[in-house]
Write a protein that binds this ligand. Sequence first.
Ligand SMILES: Cc1ncc(COP(=O)(O)O)c(C=O)c1O
Length: 384
Amino acid sequence: MNPLTDSLTSRWRAEFPGLERSVYMNTCSLGQLSRRSMDGMQRFQEQWLSYGASAWYELWLGEMADARARFARLINARPNEIAILPSVGVALSVIGSSLDFSARPEVVVTEMDFPTIPYQWMARGEEGAQLRLLASPDRVQVPLESFDQAIGPRTGLVATTHVFFTSGWVQDIAAISALAHEAGALCLVDGYQAAGQIPVDVKAADVDVYISGGLKWLLGGPGIVFMYVKEELIPQLHPTTTGWFAAKDMFKFNPERFEMAEDARRFEPGTPAVAAVYAANAGLSIVEEIGPEAIRARTAALDADLIRRLRSAGLQPRIPADMTRHAGIVMLPVDDPPAAVKALKERGIIIDYRPGSLRLSPYFYNTEAENQLLVDGIGEVLYG
Ligand SMILES: Cc1ncc(COP(=O)(O)O)c(C=O)c1O
């Protein structure tokens, strides 16, 4: 056990009061609520009470700019490359509405991607989009060769994931993006399970679009996602799913002329959920303060510890052989996952499941002792 990273946990635990209420091992579904996010949302309410609508101009647009800048710093982007949207589904719809599928109809995705990714292109079948779904041989990863074989002159977009939500596998997004670009296609990455818990550098990976959000490892709660669009690409995309926030001079309220913003605001369709911006900005500030490298080190240590304890108890988690390619999500195949999740909840242990498996996800604020409570709890509910 590394004493330095352990002190990270003890330093931050009190920031998350929910950790007193349960053994919480479900950050891959929903990150813990911090005191900082609670304060942020409280501040938002006070501003709403005392400023009314002027809070927009005096405070709230500034808070949005601040959140964009924070997310930009986290992924090595510029603030003008970041749009704020309510969900990945909406972000994909906006990007999807700006693509022309006539010359290059194929969108390459994998069966390990979160379903909202393939759904988007299935829904655009009538516009000409054709889904190319890559299989996973082991339900952990998708070989790079599969991307290589599938991507070609008919590919318009490769839309896939940084960290898979049912295996924790870290894809080599730089290599995937290089394959897409060689073929003349764009590369979009869903980083919802990555940003915050592992370092992300969109410039080094050279992806075109990178999406992540508050819900999980960024500790910001629901209602907000951040979408990076590479600066050079922004002027080439003209979304038809749009609104007044996308206008260059939105406060001119000109109904006769729609000139789109030159920065990534052109992908923002309308008024955001401001409370979510406050919660997310506070969560981001914690991630920034600790730093993704330190978070990654501590979370990886906890993952390794959990896997060891599971195996010692005779359990067999489904995780990749190469742990350097694994991040934060430990899958444990069991017969009846919903029943086990329910029984564990009754014992004060919060996890979730996906078809066929329990999904366990310690984060930097968890402890080795909690890992053991989790393993003991699983042993009890599975074997009595
Ligand atoms: C990888 C991944 N992408 C996307 C989402 C959510 O998408 P949306 O914001 O559209 O609900 C999740 C989980 O909720 C996820 O795990």
